[in-house]
Design a protein around this ligand. Structure first.
Ligand code: AHR
Length: 330
């Protein structure tokens, strides 16, 4: 499903239409009764949790964007539990909010609650993560990164770095939350690319739940079980930072004895990259607030939005991190 959506998207596409400008490929949020004054709009946002620096930055950005726009935002933190997110969405439906936005903790299991929102006539916008629902009418748009592409970028760096390797390169993977779109896709994209060199071997792969503590714990166990690790691929900076602690505690030098590639590019990750403890970071931007507000206001004005809006992102080497750090917003 997600792949089909990605196929539909133009890379880096922004919102397609302004008020009243219909499109064949766009999706109508259904505003038959005409625009509501901005100050009367109420949006319910069901956040995943506060598991990482990325998530904290994402929450801050979304809250600030709605405050700046003068739109009331009801916010809930699901503490990385799907049942809490479902409860929050049901409560927003009961309260009769105008729009619901959420970042689904895992991909599966959303059809029932999304059908309830649809039956109540409340348009839903997915931010950051996808759901695997076959019925695309259950949400208006999905705004967020292309996680497969992120995994590919990480894999490409590893492929280039070890292009001349004549012996096996032992890679361990710290996975994000099991069942979450970024964990599934970042693993897939990475595996696709490193398959080009048979010396690149993922010798262990386990979830660290996108947290620093999880990354540290899993890395400690991996170091004990595998004395000869060459590279860590962590699905986010926080797990990579946890791995750094475990590597240093084992008397090894992160970035040298064991290379580290992560995804996100939050401030602490970028600092570790600048310090040479991480070797490469693939960016995943948490700054989705302004685009989410644009989607809501476009729909409120009776306009249409693209069903898939992909966030523009880059990658960072050590030199690029040193240059970017002073202006980094998060
Ligand atoms: O869904 C985005 C991912 O979730 C970020 O990469 C990670 O840090 C967060 O917890």
């Amino acid at each position: 499903m997600k792949k089909q959506l990605i196929g539909l998207a133009a890379a880096g596409a922004m919102l397609l239409a302004l008020a009243g400008c219909a499109s064949d490929s766009g999706t109508d949020g259904g505003n038959a009764s005409g625009p509501k004054p901005i100050e009367e709009l109420v949006v319910g946002f069901a956040q995943v949790g506060a598991e990482s620096g990325w998530r904290t930055a994402n929450t801050k950005d979304i809250q600030a964007a709605f405050e700046d726009a003068g739109i009331e935002l009801k916010f809930s933190d699901a503490q990385q539990k799907q049942e809490n997110q479902i409860k929050a969405i049901r409560s927003y439906i009961q309260q009769g909010v105008d729009y619901i936005a959420f970042s689904p903790v895992v991909e599966t299991g959303w059809d029932a609650v999304l059908n309830e929102a649809k039956a109540a006539g409340i348009p839903v916008v997915l931010t950051d993560r996808a759901v695997d629902s076959k019925d695309t009418s259950l949400y208006v748009s999905f705004l967020g990164s292309d996680f497969i592409e992120e995994g590919k970028k990480a894999g490409q760096w590893v492929l280039d770095e070890y292009a001349d390797a004549t012996e096996p390169v032992n890679i361990v993977q710290l996975e994000g939350t099991t069942g979450a779109a970024p964990a599934i896709d970042r693993a897939e994209g990475f595996a696709d690319v490193i398959a080009e060199n048979e010396n690149l071997k993922v010798i262990a792969s386990q979830t660290g739940d996108f947290t620093r503590a999880g990354g540290k714990q899993v890395m400690e166990a991996m170091l004990k079980a595998n004395p000869d690790i060459d590279l860590v691929y962590a699905h986010n900076d926080d797990m990579g930072l946890g791995a750094i602690e475990a590597i240093e505690a084992a008397g090894l030098v992160p970035g040298q004895d064991i290379k580290i590639v992560t995804v996100d590019a939050v401030h602490d990750g970028m600092q570790a990259l600048a310090d040479g403890k991480i070797n490469f970071i693939v960016e995943c931007s948490p700054l989705l607030g302004k685009q989410l507000v644009d989607i809501i206001t476009t729909l409120n004005d009776g306009g249409t939005v693209e069903p898939r809006i992909i966030t523009e992102e880059t990658t960072f080497t050590q030199e690029q991190a040193i240059e970017a750090l002073p202006d980094r917003q998060y």
